[in-house]
Design a protein around this ligand. Structure first.
Ligand code: DSN
Length: 430
């Protein structure tokens, strides 16, 4: 990075500071992770220089022989890993991927359904200020009082609303999805079922979460959460691949691959980000290894240990625990809001985020909950014993958030743990 530090020390210093921050804190935002150095190298490569509108073998620019190789590798690896016949790897990230799915499968004004943002859903699943709630007629579903998706209530709502497309997926749902039941519900009204597995994709690969393949019509996922790749997204489906740039004769499940490809390009995007595609390909190769499967298992074991440690501290958890990588805690009994909790934990070096909880009576900028998870710390090598220590210090700090002795003890523990599990030990920026 000497070119960067010589030419632009302000940016180089900020990157160096961010590297140090990542090393020194406990990163517990469940949607974040640490990519390998191999992924970082692909991201910071000359591939960023190249335009390649189109798809492999059919580009609008010359000089794409190596870009074609890279995109084909990324697509083939995604198909093999998830067991589908088609993969599009060009979406810039998760929101554009969901936008492409809507653009390709339904028309403006059509009815779509998704889990309400305040109940763990995502903005792009029909939230009112997002494209998905503005350009489509959006109906949201919510969880039951117990925090679980109520599949009977959902089936009833779907039969009344008759949406054309149903999103399933979440950013703050600590339990598994029943894709088989969801497929039956969608089928009852002939709606497309779109599984957004952004949070759980890595757990699907490690077989710690059931796969939506065979149940959902289309699957979207970001590549940077439990999948541990660069920022980006992939869209997966089965169906007959026809000429990618030619309109299919009709919108139908048979032509899903073409509907998706055309929606991504030329529907929504121009040139794909080829450095990102290469880094995704690298991450998919990593995700196909036995080590990655073990990583997924450890993410789960760590989440369970952390959940138990928080419960032992008297912290209430939505649904009473977790069976994935994340935990949603209700801080109401501790008499501290999510915003204050996030800030005080930030002060001691624990990074997580404030979050709405089901039936929250507070507002999104100061909700009742916090969301935390184990994907990033597991990448650093943290284990169940570490999680028990972390759960204890989170509990102690939240229960006595102005006590400087407790906070200093927490800071010492964070230092010990981060030194025990170093991050990017050989990496330098300056
Ligand atoms: N920002 C992601 C998350 O934190 O879950 C969702 O887009």
């Amino acid at each position: 990075m000497s070119h960067l530090s010589q030419f632009d020390p302000e940016i180089a210093n900020a990157i160096e500071s961010e590297l140090i921050r990542q090393r020194q804190v406990l990163e517990m935002i469940p949607s974040e992770n640490f990519t390998s150095e191999a992924v970082l190298e692909a991201m910071g490569s000359v591939l960023t220089n190249k335009y390649s509108e189109g798809y492999p073998g059919k580009r609008y620019y010359g000089g794409n022989e190596y870009i074609d190789q890279i995109e084909n590798l990324a697509r083939d690896r995604a198909k093999a890993l998830f067991g589908v016949s088609h993969a599009n790897v060009q979406s810039y990230s998760g929101s554009p991927a969901n936008q492409a799915v809507c653009f390709g499968l339904v028309s403006p004004g059509d009815k779509i359904m998704g889990l309400h943002l305040f109940y763990g859903g995502h903005l792009t699943h029909g939230w009112n200020v997002n494209f998905s709630g503005v350009y489509y007629t959006s109906v949201q579903y919510v969880t039951g009082r117990d925090g679980y998706i109520d599949y009977d209530a959902l089936a009833k709502q779907v039969s009344e609303e008759k949406p054309k497309l149903i999103f399933v997926g979440a950013t703050a749902y600590p339990r598994k999805f029943d894709f088989s039941t969801l497929a039956q519900i969608a089928k009852s009204v002939d709606a497309y079922l779109v599984a957004d597995i952004s949070h759980i994709a890595g757990l699907v690969i490690s077989e710690d979460h059931p796969s939506p393949v065979g149940h959902a019509d289309v699957i979207t996922t970001t590549t940077h959460k439990t999948l541990r790749g660069p920022r980006g997204a992939i869209i997966l489906c089965n169906g007959e691949s026809s000429e990618p740039l030619k309109a299919p004769p009709e919108r139908s499940r048979k032509y899903l691959p073409t509907m998706i490809d055309r929606a991504v390009f030329p529907g929504l995007q121009g040139g794909p980000h080829n450095h990102q595609t290469a880094a995704i390909a690298v991450a998919l190769k990593e995700a196909a290894t036995p080590e990655f499967k073990e990583y997924g298992h450890q993410v789960m074991r760590n989440a369970k240990a952390l959940a138990q440690a928080l419960l032992d501290e008297g912290i209430a958890l939505i649904t009473g625990g977790t069976d994935n990588h994340l935990i949603l805690a209700d801080l109401t009994p501790l008499n501290i809001g999510g915003k204050q909790a996030q800030n005080v934990l930030d002060e001691v070096g624990i990074t997580l985020n404030k979050n709405m909880i089901p039936f929250d009576t507070r507002k999104p900028f100061d909700p009742s909950g916090i969301r935390l998870g184990t994907p990033a710390l597991t990448t650093r090598g943290f284990n169940e014993e570490d999680m028990r220590v972390i759960g204890k210090i989170i509990g102690e700090v939240l229960k006595d958030s102005t006590n400087e002795t407790i906070k200093n003890k927490a800071r010492d523990t964070v230092r010990e743990l981060t030194e025990k599990h170093p991050l990017y030990p050989g990496l330098t920026v300056l």
